[in-house]
Design a binder for this molecule. Structure first.
Ligand code: NOJ
Length: 750
């Protein structure tokens, strides 16, 4: 047995707001002076967040909003779209409430604000943190110019279950990569000054465990070991604290029986205690009230006492604190000190945003007019959408479409070829909430962009929209079939509706709808080479297409520039470079399927092998693994070399690998570095991502990349409740995805 080596990590404790280089000076004395003037009612009012003009949850409406604000009973308004009304609300708060405390406006800025970008999962597939930062800077600039102060983003939940509708909102299945993406988003939302007129306060959500909801079913139970929690779920949240994230949001779920909003272990012990987070914690939509429905609180008083004592501060949409907190104080269940501390966290954020200096600083109509929907924002969205697309298959180099090739007539078919006004190519966040500010006609559809583009190149193009739902309609099929018959090549735009992407949009099956698969089958009977383009918000399963369709491109839900970005990729003006950050399974029954799994005592080497951990009807391998994605060129990996054969705890190992462009066009490659501890004191994953670099190489060009590994990268949360690395042998892997890798070994010495 190996000897344990204890690595003590200095976890950085940040006061998230003082980490901001805010121009607002001397917050604390001003804050204390204000707090001293507040009545208990006014304090509890600051902890109350009410619903604005659109609903993003169960029907809890805020009646008499202005009257409540005037009475000092509201600290924050969420999901308010109308600019002029926001100004009116702020006027009432500042001019008509006793203490004139400004309102804090919060909004779900999930993938763009006015200019819609690809969904977050697609953004993650770019493996381009600079592009993600650019997208969030634009989203922040637009939202802040429209009067918002605070985004309920990023969602940093890791998940292993793509049935869960919110898989679209995260960075995928890997906690290390998820941490980097979380930090990139927070950095760019917040900038280095929260009071700047183009930044927003960020909110890391949902704390914690929400991505591991049983069966991938929304709002369901989460039960997991502390080891799993620390290793898989919490790293992106801790990374968020380290990046100075201003706020956190509770999760809806219970974690090991305790609703997250009243979970002391999570909020007091870990977030505030271990990580030193001093910012605001907001509930999720009525999640304080839902502690009663979970069966973990008796009534509003009990729920209020439990949630506040756990360290949560602000009550979103539920009004539980309004009804219960005063009584909880009277009964001695909470102290005034606890209420004051929560109020301080709300006021501190308002000060940091500059709202006490100028409550209307984000409500300038001229700035709004100059900032929203700039043409360069759309260009950024288009570039990101193209970079996020993942080429899964390209037999015989069918793509990019070549006017000098054998195909002249192209048929564009499928339900998502020209879906105008149907709210596709985006998500439920931008479409499904009755939100008047999203206009789905602003989307450039595949047909709108591809038809002229391909015709310019000399192709003849037909467009046949086929509305297919679960059951394929025979008439629609025959129209598509006719179009396909006349063509030399078919581009089938399939996948999911935009409206099926987001919160409360879970599915029990990931298979491509039967009608869509039938469409492909009928077309294939005519021997027409087909390109399947998927518009999707989650990994889907399409075994027949994987077997029979020569080219498959995952386009995700790409946002406003869907068609242009698709045209860029299909015509080769952009060489695809996206790689999966979620595993694509062969069928739904394989879920949960993820690359960083444990080995088991009986791993299956070959499908069908008896007495091993496997299924009778499907291999254990995925359809497309984590990290996978093709290019129009090819890349070769060679010369994996380590700077040393052994390192001590304080030393760094350099791992070098040479990547060569072995194809005929310039392309970008995401080189990935993984490790494995094959004999630790507890079982460790078969692979764990620890490094990546995205590089551009011309044909014939090669570059040697060097990654650094230290003992910290080898550590894990062990059964003694600490991050530790075990001394002994480690494996290191480098390659273009999590399966096809070169391998070497080194030792970590005591
Ligand atoms: C519920 C969602 O879980 C959360 O992510 C969102 O920010 C709030 N509703 C507000 O819309």
């Amino acid at each position: 047995m190996k000897k344990m080596l204890s690595i003590a990590f200095a976890w950085l404790s940040f006061n998230s707001l003082s980490a901001q280089n805010t121009s607002v000076q001397n917050i604390e004395p001003r804050l204390e002076a204000l707090l001293a003037k507040m009545t208990l009612d006014e304090k509890i009012g600051q902890l109350n967040q009410v619903v604005g003009d659109i609903s993003t949850g169960t029907e809890v409406r805020s009646d008499g909003l202005l009257a409540q604000i005037r009475a000092g009973k509201v600290g924050s308004v969420l999901s308010h779209t109308n600019f002029d009304n926001k100004t009116a609300i702020q006027q009432v708060a500042v001019r008509e409430s006793r203490l004139g405390i400004p309102i804090l406006f919060g909004f779900d800025v999930i993938h763009g604000y006015k200019t819609i970008f690809p969904i977050p999962l697609a953004q993650a597939a770019t493996w381009n943190l600079a592009a993600i930062e650019r997208a969030e800077r634009i989203a922040a600039a637009e939202a802040a110019a429209d009067g918002q102060h605070w985004t309920f983003s990023p969602m940093v939940d890791i998940t292993h279950d793509p049935r869960w509708g919110r898989v679209m909102e995260g960075a995928g299945e890997d906690p290390w990569y998820g941490s980097l993406v979380a930090q990139a988003r927070i950095r760019s939302f917040q900038g280095d000054d929260l009071s700047a007129v183009n930044t927003l306060a960020a909110c890391a959500k949902h704390f914690a465990g929400y991505g591991f909801t049983e069966g991938g079913r929304e709002y369901n139970t989460v039960d997991m070991s502390e080891q799993r929690l620390r290793q898989l779920v919490l790293p992106p949240f801790e990374a968020a604290v380290q990046a100075g994230c201003a706020t956190f949001m509770n999760a809806f779920n219970t974690l090991n029986g305790v609703p997250a909003s009243m979970n002391k272990h999570l909020v007091s012990d870990i977030l505030r205690g271990e990580w030193g987070f001093r910012g605001l914690v907001v509930s999720d939509w009525n999640s304080f009230g839902e502690t009663i429905i979970h069966g973990a609180a008796a009534d509003d008083v009990d729920a209020s006492a439990k949630c506040l004592s756990a360290g949560s501060d602000m009550d979103m949409a539920g009004g539980t604190f309004q009804r219960g907190l005063q009584k909880a104080l009277a009964q001695g269940r909470v102290s005034e000190q606890q209420i004051d501390d929560a109020v301080r966290r709300v006021l501190r954020l308002k000060f940091a945003l500059g709202l006490f200096d100028d409550p209307f600083r984000y409500l300038n109509p001229n700035r709004r007019a100059q900032t929203l929907e700039k043409p360069e924002y759309r260009q950024a969205s288009r570039e990101m959408a193209a970079e996020s697309m993942v080429l899964l298959k390209n037999d015989g180099g069918l793509l990019p479409l070549d006017p000098k090739g054998p195909f002249r007539k192209i048929a564009l078919i499928g339900p998502y070829v020209n879906s105008i006004g149907h709210k596709d190519y985006m998500s439920f966040w931008t479409l499904g909430l009755g939100n008047p500010q999203y206009d789905s006609t602003k989307v450039v559809t595949p047909a709108q962009a591809l038809k002229p583009r391909l015709e310019e190149m000399g192709f003849e193009v037909t467009v046949t929209e086929v509305c297919l739902d679960a059951n394929c309609d025979e008439k629609a099929l025959s129209a598509a079939l006719n179009a396909a018959r006349e063509a030399d090549l078919v581009i089938a735009c399939l996948g999911e509706r935009g409206i099926d992407c987001g919160e409360s949009r879970c599915v029990s099956t990931l298979e491509l709808p039967r009608g869509q698969e039938r469409l492909l089958q009928v077309v294939s009977r005519n021997n027409k080479p087909t390109v399947m383009v998927l518009f999707n918000s989650r990994p889907l399963a399409f075994p027949w297409a994987s077997e029979n369709v020569p080219a498959i491109l995952v386009a995700w839900q790409p946002g406003f520039e869907a068609g242009n970005a698709l045209a860029d990729v299909l015509t080769g003006s952009v060489n695809p470079s996206g790689k999966l950050t979620v595993t694509f399974p062969r069928n739904t029954g394989q879920i949960p399927l993820y690359y960083n799994h444990l080995n088991t005592g009986r791993p299956q080497a070959n499908f069908g092998q008896m007495w091993t951990s496997g299924y009778l009807d499907v291999p254990n391998t995925p359809a497309y693994p984590f990290g996978y994605g093709l290019s129009y060129t090819t890349f070769g990996y060679s010369g994996l070399t380590l700077s040393k054969t052994a390192i001590g705890p304080g030393e760094t190992l350099e791992v070098s690998v040479t990547v060569a462009n072995t194809g005929k066009v310039t392309g970008q490659e995401v080189a990935q570095l993984y490790i494995r501890d094959p004999a630790a004191d507890i079982a460790r994953p078969v692979k764990e991502l620890k490094g990546f670099e995205k590089i551009r190489l011309a044909p014939g060009e090669r570059r040697t990349l060097t990654f650094k590994l230290s003992a910290k990268d080898l550590a894990y949360w062990n059964h003694e409740g600490r991050f530790k690395a075990d001394s002994g042998q480690f494996r290191v892997f480098a390659g273009g995805n999590s399966v096809e890798v070169l391998e070497a070994e080194f030792e970590l010495k005591e």
